[in-house]
Design a protein around this ligand. Sequence first.
Ligand code: NAD
Length: 457
Amino acid sequence: MESDTYKNIVVTSKQASLLWRQIPAPQRGEIIREFGNELRKRKKELAHIITQEARKITSEAEGEVQEAIDMCDFATGLSRQLYGLTMPSERPEHRLQEIWQPIGIVGCITAFNFPMAVFAWNFCLAAVCGNSIIWKPSPHSNKCADAIKDVWDKVTEEHKDIVQILKGGNNEAIALCKDENIPLISATGSTQMGKELAPLVGARLGRTLLELGGNNAAIVCPTADIDLTVKGVTFSACGTTGQRCTSLRRLFVHEDIYSEFIKKLYAYYESLNIGDPSNASSQLGPLISEQSFNVMQEIIKTMRSKGVKITGGERLEIEDPSEFYVKPAIIEVDRIEEEMMNETFAPILYVKKFNDLKEAIKMQNEVKQGLSSSIFTNDLRESELFLSSEGSDCGIANVNIGTSGAEIGGAFGGEKDTGGGRESGSDAWKTYMRRVTATVNHGSELPLAQGVEFDES
Ligand code: NAD
């Protein structure tokens, strides 16, 4: 990395943030609205770039651009709702109030699998809150970053510099994390990346927002609607070729319905269209790289040596021979295997029987990650248990839908090794601001809090 280039990016970003934060929030919201409108106009073109680069199927790529558009709408609304509370003061003629201020530059490190949406989650909130952003995209998605920057630059000449792209790999991410000019680092990627980068930010007492790996599970109960469940499970396990942080990796099915369920699941898997992601009929494109394929094969080899039942997992020679298309794998297990405890970023679904819901919830929570979870049931007591403090320990807990495919309106993120960060909807915007508690004395006396006396004797 050219250090002058890096310095220029930071200086430009800082100057841009000083101008941008002076614009009233609703006017910032208007500019973000225009950004959303431009994304709307260019939705198909942008989706095509995602398909080319991240190899997502067209429908999911368009969905990803839609997510960015939705975030713009959300931020525009938010621009008039960056509310601070007013609390009753214990002192007469005093007012106690919270004011939310911009924090400056947000450093944003993103993963390959959501090359536009994760930027939008961060940028729309950061920008409406009055901040600039330095975006270090995944080395796999530089074209997506260029395309987004191009859209932003067309929307505003005056404030184009609030979006800066820092291309590169680990060194660039590390530079951002060590940089005291950057109060918040939002990092999306593997747990290993989070564990390496968070201490660098922590060492300078900076703030982190971590969105790391998942190892998501679903529980299928006897009253579940089987056809709905099979579809939800298949989309979650196979969508984006198993390369979503929320992809379904572990499935616990009640023994009473196991045979019927697994039969239908195999049939649904058989019907999947695997092929060129730009073909409208394709449901699964290739894996992102040969390395991903090799990791998947290693796991399958190890599981095979344990004598468990494995269906799928093999490479399919379709289209370009340099690409790695795979048949999604189902691995039926009788006990929890070590391999199930880690996230393998590929379409492998482990399936295990259970007979007691509390035991299934325990198995679900037993992994280090805590991102997404689902229960399929029509029994209110089961779904309420799942959503209670004795239920799922994840940041996302769904009933009768799969683990993936979150809406932008809710806060997105997970616990434990997933990093604890929250992005997107609800009050996630607060992470991108500095909370100021202001006490105003509009009287002529100076009463002290807690009744403390400091009078001259
Ligand atoms: P990755 O960790 O390899 O890379 C993510 C980003 O971090 C990239 O920009 C990369 O350049 C940088 N990076 C990686 N290792 C680094 C290091 N040691 N030092 C400095 N920078 C480093 O992840 P990926 O393969 O691009 O994406 C897949 C992973 O991301 C999965 O684990 C997935 O679960 C996770 N993910 C999480 C979320 C979420 O919201 N929780 C969303 C998408 C992806």
